[in-house]
Ligand binder design. Structure first.
Ligand SMILES: Cc1cc2nc3c(=O)[nH]c(=O)nc-3n(C[C@H](O)[C@H](O)[C@H](O)COP(=O)(O)OP(=O)(O)OC[C@H]3O[C@@H](n4cnc5c(N)ncnc54)[C@H](O)[C@@H]3O)c2cc1C
Length: 392
Protein backbone atom coordinates (compact mmCIF):
# COMPACT_ATOMS: atom_id res chain seq x y z
CA UNK A 1 0.00 0.00 0.00
CA UNK A 2 1.24 3.52 -0.78
CA UNK A 3 0.60 5.98 2.05
CA UNK A 4 1.18 9.75 1.91
CA UNK A 5 1.14 11.53 5.26
CA UNK A 6 1.01 15.32 5.49
CA UNK A 7 2.59 16.45 8.79
CA UNK A 8 5.61 15.09 10.64
CA UNK A 9 4.33 15.75 14.17
CA UNK A 10 3.69 12.98 16.71
CA UNK A 11 0.54 11.75 14.92
CA UNK A 12 2.03 11.47 11.42
CA UNK A 13 5.39 10.02 12.46
CA UNK A 14 3.92 7.47 14.85
CA UNK A 15 1.35 6.28 12.30
CA UNK A 16 4.16 5.91 9.71
CA UNK A 17 6.17 3.80 12.20
CA UNK A 18 3.26 1.50 13.03
CA UNK A 19 2.20 0.95 9.41
CA UNK A 20 5.77 0.24 8.28
CA UNK A 21 6.20 -2.20 11.16
CA UNK A 22 2.92 -3.90 10.28
CA UNK A 23 4.07 -4.42 6.70
CA UNK A 24 7.57 -3.43 5.52
CA UNK A 25 6.25 -3.50 1.93
CA UNK A 26 4.08 -0.43 2.65
CA UNK A 27 5.55 2.54 0.83
CA UNK A 28 5.22 5.45 3.25
CA UNK A 29 6.20 9.11 2.80
CA UNK A 30 5.82 11.85 5.41
CA UNK A 31 5.76 15.43 4.10
CA UNK A 32 6.83 17.99 6.70
CA UNK A 33 7.08 21.72 6.06
CA UNK A 34 9.73 22.28 8.75
CA UNK A 35 13.29 21.01 9.06
CA UNK A 36 14.13 18.18 11.50
CA UNK A 37 15.14 20.59 14.29
CA UNK A 38 12.69 23.48 13.82
CA UNK A 39 10.09 22.58 16.39
CA UNK A 40 8.21 24.61 18.96
CA UNK A 41 7.03 23.76 22.41
CA UNK A 42 8.73 22.49 25.54
CA UNK A 43 7.62 19.33 27.31
CA UNK A 44 4.76 16.95 26.63
CA UNK A 45 2.94 14.92 29.26
CA UNK A 46 2.05 11.22 29.22
CA UNK A 47 0.04 9.29 31.79
CA UNK A 48 1.12 5.83 32.98
CA UNK A 49 -1.64 4.29 30.87
CA UNK A 50 -0.48 6.08 27.69
CA UNK A 51 3.06 4.82 28.23
CA UNK A 52 1.72 1.27 28.51
CA UNK A 53 -0.12 1.77 25.19
CA UNK A 54 3.09 3.07 23.58
CA UNK A 55 5.07 0.08 24.89
CA UNK A 56 2.58 -2.35 23.43
CA UNK A 57 2.50 -0.56 20.06
CA UNK A 58 6.27 -0.12 19.60
CA UNK A 59 8.64 -1.30 22.32
CA UNK A 60 11.70 0.25 20.61
CA UNK A 61 10.49 3.88 20.61
CA UNK A 62 8.91 3.37 24.04
CA UNK A 63 12.32 2.34 25.43
CA UNK A 64 13.91 5.50 23.97
CA UNK A 65 11.14 7.76 25.28
CA UNK A 66 11.29 6.36 28.81
CA UNK A 67 15.09 6.70 28.87
CA UNK A 68 14.65 10.46 28.53
CA UNK A 69 11.57 11.17 30.62
CA UNK A 70 10.88 12.60 34.07
CA UNK A 71 8.23 10.74 36.08
CA UNK A 72 6.21 12.09 39.01
CA UNK A 73 3.10 11.24 41.01
CA UNK A 74 2.11 14.60 42.56
CA UNK A 75 -0.19 17.41 41.52
CA UNK A 76 0.73 20.54 43.51
CA UNK A 77 -1.68 23.43 43.94
CA UNK A 78 -0.09 26.73 44.94
CA UNK A 79 -2.09 29.65 46.31
CA UNK A 80 -0.52 32.45 48.31
CA UNK A 81 2.32 30.91 50.28
CA UNK A 82 0.61 27.52 50.67
CA UNK A 83 1.23 24.45 48.56
CA UNK A 84 -1.09 21.44 48.67
CA UNK A 85 0.27 18.18 47.20
CA UNK A 86 -2.00 15.42 45.93
CA UNK A 87 -0.08 12.16 45.42
CA UNK A 88 -0.85 8.87 43.69
CA UNK A 89 -1.10 10.23 40.13
CA UNK A 90 1.07 8.73 37.42
CA UNK A 91 2.53 11.13 34.85
CA UNK A 92 5.72 11.77 33.01
CA UNK A 93 7.13 14.62 30.98
CA UNK A 94 9.41 14.41 27.94
CA UNK A 95 10.82 17.11 25.71
CA UNK A 96 8.75 17.58 22.55
CA UNK A 97 11.93 18.06 20.52
CA UNK A 98 13.45 14.82 21.93
CA UNK A 99 10.21 12.96 21.26
CA UNK A 100 10.15 14.10 17.63
CA UNK A 101 13.83 13.15 17.22
CA UNK A 102 13.13 9.65 18.58
CA UNK A 103 10.15 9.20 16.25
CA UNK A 104 12.04 10.57 13.24
CA UNK A 105 14.98 8.18 13.86
CA UNK A 106 12.72 5.19 14.38
CA UNK A 107 10.67 5.96 11.24
CA UNK A 108 13.79 6.36 9.08
CA UNK A 109 15.35 3.20 10.54
CA UNK A 110 12.24 1.26 9.46
CA UNK A 111 12.42 2.71 5.93
CA UNK A 112 9.84 5.53 6.05
CA UNK A 113 10.75 8.46 3.76
CA UNK A 114 10.53 11.81 5.58
CA UNK A 115 10.57 14.76 3.20
CA UNK A 116 11.52 17.71 5.40
CA UNK A 117 11.03 21.30 4.26
CA UNK A 118 8.26 20.27 1.94
CA UNK A 119 5.11 22.27 2.41
CA UNK A 120 2.10 20.69 0.71
CA UNK A 121 -0.46 22.97 -0.90
CA UNK A 122 -1.63 20.72 -3.73
CA UNK A 123 -3.51 18.13 -1.70
CA UNK A 124 -5.33 16.66 -4.72
CA UNK A 125 -2.18 15.57 -6.56
CA UNK A 126 -0.79 13.93 -3.45
CA UNK A 127 -4.09 12.15 -2.88
CA UNK A 128 -4.29 10.88 -6.46
CA UNK A 129 -0.82 9.41 -6.10
CA UNK A 130 -1.50 7.02 -3.17
CA UNK A 131 -3.90 4.49 -1.68
CA UNK A 132 -4.26 6.44 1.60
CA UNK A 133 -3.82 10.15 2.29
CA UNK A 134 -3.44 11.09 5.99
CA UNK A 135 -4.00 14.67 7.19
CA UNK A 136 -1.80 14.79 10.29
CA UNK A 137 -1.07 18.46 9.64
CA UNK A 138 -1.99 19.98 12.99
CA UNK A 139 -4.51 22.47 14.23
CA UNK A 140 -4.59 24.62 11.07
CA UNK A 141 -4.85 21.54 8.84
CA UNK A 142 -4.81 22.24 5.10
CA UNK A 143 -6.30 18.79 4.44
CA UNK A 144 -9.27 19.59 6.70
CA UNK A 145 -9.78 22.93 4.94
CA UNK A 146 -9.50 21.43 1.45
CA UNK A 147 -12.20 18.86 2.22
CA UNK A 148 -14.25 20.94 4.68
CA UNK A 149 -17.53 19.85 3.07
CA UNK A 150 -16.66 16.21 3.65
CA UNK A 151 -15.32 16.53 7.21
CA UNK A 152 -17.80 19.13 8.54
CA UNK A 153 -15.31 20.86 10.89
CA UNK A 154 -16.46 22.88 13.89
CA UNK A 155 -13.90 25.33 15.34
CA UNK A 156 -14.58 27.27 18.51
CA UNK A 157 -12.14 29.98 19.59
CA UNK A 158 -12.13 30.39 23.37
CA UNK A 159 -11.92 33.69 25.22
CA UNK A 160 -8.93 33.08 27.54
CA UNK A 161 -5.42 33.74 26.35
CA UNK A 162 -2.40 31.59 27.13
CA UNK A 163 1.32 31.63 26.46
CA UNK A 164 3.72 28.68 26.38
CA UNK A 165 7.12 29.26 28.03
CA UNK A 166 9.93 27.11 29.36
CA UNK A 167 12.01 27.84 32.46
CA UNK A 168 15.09 26.47 34.20
CA UNK A 169 13.19 26.57 37.52
CA UNK A 170 12.29 22.91 38.13
CA UNK A 171 8.71 22.07 39.12
CA UNK A 172 8.69 18.51 40.43
CA UNK A 173 5.20 17.35 39.54
CA UNK A 174 2.33 19.04 37.77
CA UNK A 175 2.17 22.41 39.54
CA UNK A 176 -0.89 24.64 39.24
CA UNK A 177 -0.19 28.13 40.58
CA UNK A 178 -2.65 31.00 41.03
CA UNK A 179 -1.39 34.59 41.37
CA UNK A 180 -3.43 37.77 41.55
CA UNK A 181 -2.29 41.21 40.53
CA UNK A 182 -4.24 44.47 40.33
CA UNK A 183 -4.99 43.52 36.74
CA UNK A 184 -6.65 40.22 37.66
CA UNK A 185 -5.82 36.52 37.94
CA UNK A 186 -3.05 34.52 36.26
CA UNK A 187 -2.88 30.71 36.37
CA UNK A 188 0.30 28.77 35.58
CA UNK A 189 0.54 25.10 34.58
CA UNK A 190 4.10 23.86 35.03
CA UNK A 191 6.10 20.61 35.20
CA UNK A 192 9.67 19.57 34.60
CA UNK A 193 10.30 17.44 31.54
CA UNK A 194 14.05 16.87 31.81
CA UNK A 195 16.75 17.55 34.40
CA UNK A 196 17.17 21.18 33.43
CA UNK A 197 13.87 22.52 32.10
CA UNK A 198 10.18 22.87 32.94
CA UNK A 199 7.21 23.79 30.80
CA UNK A 200 5.50 26.95 32.12
CA UNK A 201 2.13 27.79 30.53
CA UNK A 202 0.37 30.94 31.73
CA UNK A 203 -3.32 31.64 31.21
CA UNK A 204 -5.56 34.64 31.91
CA UNK A 205 -9.13 35.73 31.22
CA UNK A 206 -10.08 38.61 28.86
CA UNK A 207 -10.61 41.12 31.71
CA UNK A 208 -7.12 40.45 33.08
CA UNK A 209 -5.66 40.67 29.60
CA UNK A 210 -7.32 44.09 29.00
CA UNK A 211 -6.55 45.44 32.46
CA UNK A 212 -2.86 44.47 32.21
CA UNK A 213 -2.72 46.06 28.73
CA UNK A 214 -0.88 42.99 27.50
CA UNK A 215 -1.70 43.83 23.88
CA UNK A 216 0.65 46.83 24.11
CA UNK A 217 3.71 44.81 25.25
CA UNK A 218 6.35 43.37 22.93
CA UNK A 219 7.83 39.87 23.41
CA UNK A 220 10.51 41.01 25.89
CA UNK A 221 8.13 43.20 27.91
CA UNK A 222 5.57 40.38 28.04
CA UNK A 223 8.16 37.97 29.38
CA UNK A 224 9.30 40.50 32.00
CA UNK A 225 5.69 41.11 33.06
CA UNK A 226 4.91 37.41 33.47
CA UNK A 227 8.23 36.86 35.32
CA UNK A 228 7.16 39.52 37.79
CA UNK A 229 3.67 38.01 38.32
CA UNK A 230 5.28 34.64 39.12
CA UNK A 231 8.49 35.94 40.74
CA UNK A 232 7.88 33.95 43.94
CA UNK A 233 7.49 30.72 41.97
CA UNK A 234 10.31 31.26 39.47
CA UNK A 235 12.74 32.24 42.27
CA UNK A 236 14.70 34.55 40.03
CA UNK A 237 14.98 32.07 37.15
CA UNK A 238 14.09 33.50 33.75
CA UNK A 239 11.28 32.37 31.50
CA UNK A 240 12.53 30.94 28.20
CA UNK A 241 10.75 32.06 25.08
CA UNK A 242 10.59 30.10 21.86
CA UNK A 243 8.76 32.67 19.78
CA UNK A 244 6.18 32.49 22.62
CA UNK A 245 3.03 34.51 22.04
CA UNK A 246 -0.35 34.92 23.71
CA UNK A 247 -2.84 32.77 21.83
CA UNK A 248 -6.42 31.61 22.27
CA UNK A 249 -7.25 27.94 22.55
CA UNK A 250 -9.17 26.59 19.55
CA UNK A 251 -11.48 23.67 20.17
CA UNK A 252 -11.55 21.51 17.01
CA UNK A 253 -14.16 18.87 16.21
CA UNK A 254 -15.14 17.22 12.94
CA UNK A 255 -18.54 15.72 12.14
CA UNK A 256 -16.87 13.10 9.91
CA UNK A 257 -13.31 11.87 10.23
CA UNK A 258 -12.72 10.16 6.88
CA UNK A 259 -14.04 9.60 3.39
CA UNK A 260 -12.86 7.36 0.53
CA UNK A 261 -9.05 7.32 0.93
CA UNK A 262 -8.59 10.40 3.15
CA UNK A 263 -8.44 10.47 6.95
CA UNK A 264 -7.57 13.09 9.60
CA UNK A 265 -5.61 12.44 12.82
CA UNK A 266 -4.31 14.32 15.87
CA UNK A 267 -4.84 18.09 16.25
CA UNK A 268 -6.18 18.32 12.68
CA UNK A 269 -9.08 16.15 13.85
CA UNK A 270 -9.66 17.16 17.46
CA UNK A 271 -8.13 19.25 20.23
CA UNK A 272 -8.39 18.96 24.01
CA UNK A 273 -7.56 21.84 26.35
CA UNK A 274 -3.91 21.85 27.48
CA UNK A 275 -4.99 21.80 31.15
CA UNK A 276 -5.48 18.06 30.82
CA UNK A 277 -2.13 17.77 29.02
CA UNK A 278 -3.16 15.40 26.29
CA UNK A 279 -2.61 16.79 22.75
CA UNK A 280 0.39 14.59 22.06
CA UNK A 281 -1.05 11.56 23.84
CA UNK A 282 -4.27 11.73 21.81
CA UNK A 283 -2.32 12.21 18.57
CA UNK A 284 -0.18 9.10 19.20
CA UNK A 285 -3.12 7.02 20.39
CA UNK A 286 -4.99 7.98 17.19
CA UNK A 287 -2.07 6.47 15.29
CA UNK A 288 -2.36 3.25 17.33
CA UNK A 289 -6.10 3.09 16.74
CA UNK A 290 -5.90 3.75 12.97
CA UNK A 291 -3.07 1.23 12.52
CA UNK A 292 -5.07 -1.44 14.37
CA UNK A 293 -8.12 -0.74 12.15
CA UNK A 294 -5.87 -1.55 9.18
CA UNK A 295 -4.94 -4.87 10.81
CA UNK A 296 -8.62 -5.80 10.95
CA UNK A 297 -9.63 -4.25 7.58
CA UNK A 298 -6.89 -4.18 4.97
CA UNK A 299 -9.22 -2.37 2.56
CA UNK A 300 -8.67 1.41 2.92
CA UNK A 301 -12.23 2.79 3.05
CA UNK A 302 -13.38 0.14 5.53
CA UNK A 303 -10.32 0.73 7.74
CA UNK A 304 -10.74 4.50 7.95
CA UNK A 305 -14.46 4.20 8.65
CA UNK A 306 -13.80 1.64 11.37
CA UNK A 307 -11.23 4.01 12.90
CA UNK A 308 -13.94 6.68 13.03
CA UNK A 309 -16.59 4.43 14.54
CA UNK A 310 -14.35 2.90 17.21
CA UNK A 311 -12.28 5.93 18.21
CA UNK A 312 -14.88 8.71 18.03
CA UNK A 313 -16.85 7.77 21.18
CA UNK A 314 -13.60 7.77 23.20
CA UNK A 315 -12.53 11.16 21.83
CA UNK A 316 -15.98 12.65 22.45
CA UNK A 317 -15.83 11.53 26.06
CA UNK A 318 -12.30 12.89 26.38
CA UNK A 319 -13.24 16.23 24.83
CA UNK A 320 -16.20 16.49 27.22
CA UNK A 321 -13.83 16.03 30.20
CA UNK A 322 -11.33 18.50 28.70
CA UNK A 323 -14.18 21.01 28.23
CA UNK A 324 -15.00 20.84 31.95
CA UNK A 325 -11.34 21.39 32.77
CA UNK A 326 -11.13 24.34 30.36
CA UNK A 327 -14.30 25.90 31.84
CA UNK A 328 -12.81 25.58 35.34
CA UNK A 329 -9.80 27.64 34.28
CA UNK A 330 -11.93 30.11 32.31
CA UNK A 331 -13.98 30.70 35.49
CA UNK A 332 -11.07 30.53 37.94
CA UNK A 333 -12.15 33.72 39.74
CA UNK A 334 -15.19 31.96 41.14
CA UNK A 335 -12.98 29.39 42.92
CA UNK A 336 -10.42 31.70 44.48
CA UNK A 337 -12.40 32.28 47.68
CA UNK A 338 -11.81 28.59 48.53
CA UNK A 339 -9.25 27.47 51.07
CA UNK A 340 -6.16 25.91 49.36
CA UNK A 341 -7.23 22.38 50.23
CA UNK A 342 -10.73 22.94 48.84
CA UNK A 343 -9.23 24.58 45.77
CA UNK A 344 -7.01 21.52 45.26
CA UNK A 345 -10.00 19.20 45.70
CA UNK A 346 -12.06 21.22 43.19
CA UNK A 347 -9.15 21.09 40.72
CA UNK A 348 -8.76 17.33 41.03
CA UNK A 349 -12.51 16.87 40.41
CA UNK A 350 -12.86 19.45 37.64
CA UNK A 351 -12.95 17.18 34.59
CA UNK A 352 -15.24 14.55 36.12
CA UNK A 353 -12.67 11.81 35.35
CA UNK A 354 -11.71 11.43 39.03
CA UNK A 355 -14.36 10.99 41.73
CA UNK A 356 -14.12 11.12 45.52
CA UNK A 357 -13.46 7.36 45.87
CA UNK A 358 -10.80 7.37 43.17
CA UNK A 359 -9.11 10.33 44.83
CA UNK A 360 -9.18 8.49 48.16
CA UNK A 361 -7.41 5.54 46.50
CA UNK A 362 -4.76 7.86 45.09
CA UNK A 363 -4.15 9.91 48.22
CA UNK A 364 -6.11 8.93 51.35
CA UNK A 365 -4.24 11.50 53.47
CA UNK A 366 -5.28 14.37 51.22
CA UNK A 367 -8.94 13.28 51.22
CA UNK A 368 -8.91 12.94 55.03
CA UNK A 369 -7.47 16.44 55.38
CA UNK A 370 -10.10 17.78 52.95
CA UNK A 371 -12.94 16.09 54.86
CA UNK A 372 -11.64 17.54 58.14
CA UNK A 373 -11.63 21.06 56.65
CA UNK A 374 -15.22 20.60 55.44
CA UNK A 375 -16.31 19.27 58.85
CA UNK A 376 -14.78 22.28 60.58
CA UNK A 377 -16.33 24.63 58.00
CA UNK A 378 -12.96 26.32 57.27
CA UNK A 379 -13.60 26.65 53.60
CA UNK A 380 -12.86 30.31 53.05
CA UNK A 381 -9.40 31.37 52.02
CA UNK A 382 -7.54 34.02 53.97
CA UNK A 383 -3.99 34.80 52.94
CA UNK A 384 -1.44 33.73 55.56
CA UNK A 385 1.42 36.11 56.26
CA UNK A 386 1.95 38.59 53.49
CA UNK A 387 -0.79 39.83 51.20
CA UNK A 388 -0.25 38.04 47.93
CA UNK A 389 -1.74 40.80 45.75
CA UNK A 390 1.21 42.38 44.02
CA UNK A 391 1.18 45.90 42.67
CA UNK A 392 1.65 44.99 39.01
C1 LIG B 1 2.32 27.23 20.34
C2 LIG B 1 2.03 25.79 20.75
C3 LIG B 1 2.90 25.16 21.61
C4 LIG B 1 2.65 23.85 22.02
N1 LIG B 1 3.51 23.28 22.89
C5 LIG B 1 3.20 22.06 23.38
C6 LIG B 1 3.99 21.50 24.39
O1 LIG B 1 4.99 22.07 24.85
N2 LIG B 1 3.56 20.30 24.89
C7 LIG B 1 2.44 19.63 24.43
O2 LIG B 1 2.09 18.54 24.91
N3 LIG B 1 1.73 20.11 23.45
C8 LIG B 1 2.04 21.33 22.93
N4 LIG B 1 1.23 21.84 22.01
C9 LIG B 1 0.12 21.04 21.49
C10 LIG B 1 0.71 19.93 20.62
O3 LIG B 1 1.57 20.50 19.69
C11 LIG B 1 -0.31 19.07 19.85
O4 LIG B 1 -1.43 18.73 20.63
C12 LIG B 1 0.34 17.78 19.32
O5 LIG B 1 1.62 18.05 18.85
C13 LIG B 1 -0.54 17.19 18.22
O6 LIG B 1 0.23 16.38 17.33
P1 LIG B 1 -0.06 16.39 15.78
O7 LIG B 1 0.94 15.47 15.18
O8 LIG B 1 -1.50 16.14 15.55
O9 LIG B 1 0.16 17.88 15.30
P2 LIG B 1 1.53 18.84 15.27
O10 LIG B 1 2.42 18.41 16.35
O11 LIG B 1 0.98 20.18 15.22
O12 LIG B 1 2.16 18.40 13.89
C14 LIG B 1 1.64 18.80 12.64
C15 LIG B 1 2.81 18.93 11.68
O13 LIG B 1 2.32 19.19 10.38
C16 LIG B 1 3.16 20.10 9.73
N5 LIG B 1 2.38 20.73 8.65
C17 LIG B 1 1.24 21.47 8.80
N6 LIG B 1 0.77 21.81 7.59
C18 LIG B 1 1.61 21.30 6.67
C19 LIG B 1 1.65 21.32 5.25
N7 LIG B 1 0.71 21.95 4.53
N8 LIG B 1 2.66 20.69 4.61
C20 LIG B 1 3.62 20.03 5.33
N9 LIG B 1 3.63 19.99 6.69
C21 LIG B 1 2.64 20.60 7.34
C22 LIG B 1 3.58 21.04 10.83
O14 LIG B 1 4.80 21.72 10.52
C23 LIG B 1 3.72 20.09 12.03
O15 LIG B 1 5.04 19.62 12.16
C24 LIG B 1 1.50 23.14 21.55
C25 LIG B 1 0.66 23.77 20.66
C26 LIG B 1 0.90 25.09 20.26
C27 LIG B 1 -0.05 25.76 19.30
Amino acid sequence: MKINIIGGGPAGLYFAILMKKANPANEITVFERNGPDDTFGWGVVFSGRTLANLREADAESHAEITRQFEAWDNVDVVRGDEKISVRGNSFSGVSRLQLLKILQRRAEQLGVAINFRSEINDIDSLRADCHLLVGADGINSTVRQRFAERFGPNLSIRSNRYIWYGTSQLFHGLTLTFRESEAGVFSAHSYKFNQTTSTFIVECDPQTWEQAELATLNEEETRAYVEQVFSTDLRGRPLLSNNSKWIKFVLVKNARWAFENVVLMGDALHTAHFSIGSGTKLAMEDAISLASSFRRHPEVTSAVLEFESTRKPYIEEYQAAALESMLWFENVRQYLHLSPIELAYSLMMRSGRVDHEELKKRDAGFVMAYEAVIRRGETLWAPRGRDERSTL
